[in-house]
Write a new protein. Structure first.
Length: 118
């Protein structure tokens, strides 16, 4: 059964760091790109980062560029999102998703809450 499970969310002060994990089961990340998205209350879901299946390329939304880093450990079938210099506007539910590329996603996780206090 295909499954994506996010973890690592929590409450952090502004300027702090968190590392989110997205663990995949039932399929191999060797063949799927993984994207991270977030949704703040009352706002639309925002794509913030994506890493290719090989891990060789990654992209970031302007809102997180320079502060967030996406990485993958295909041996663990897990993708990480290192979030530094967090701001209150980074608050939201963070989701990971898997797809054949960074433009289409077929499988989604349940999300993990990130709250950044000012």
């Amino acid at each position: 059964q295909w499954q994506l499970v996010e973890s690592g969310g929590g409450l952090v002060q502004s300027g702090g760091s968190l590392r989110l994990s997205c663990a995949a089961s039932g399929f191999s990340l060797d063949y799927y790109a993984i994207g991270w998205f977030r949704q703040a209350p009352g706002k639309e879901r925002e794509g913030i980062s994506c890493i290719s299946s090989s891990g060789g390329s990654a992209n970031y939304a302007d809102s997180v560029k320079g502060r967030f880093t996406i990485s993958s450990d295909n041996a663990k079938n897990t993708v990480y999102l290192q979030m530094d210099s967090l701001k209150p506007e980074d608050t939201g539910v963070y989701y990971c998703a898997a797809g054949p590329g960074c433009r289409r996603y077929d499988y989604w996780g349940q999300g993990t809450q990130v709250t950044v206090s000012s």
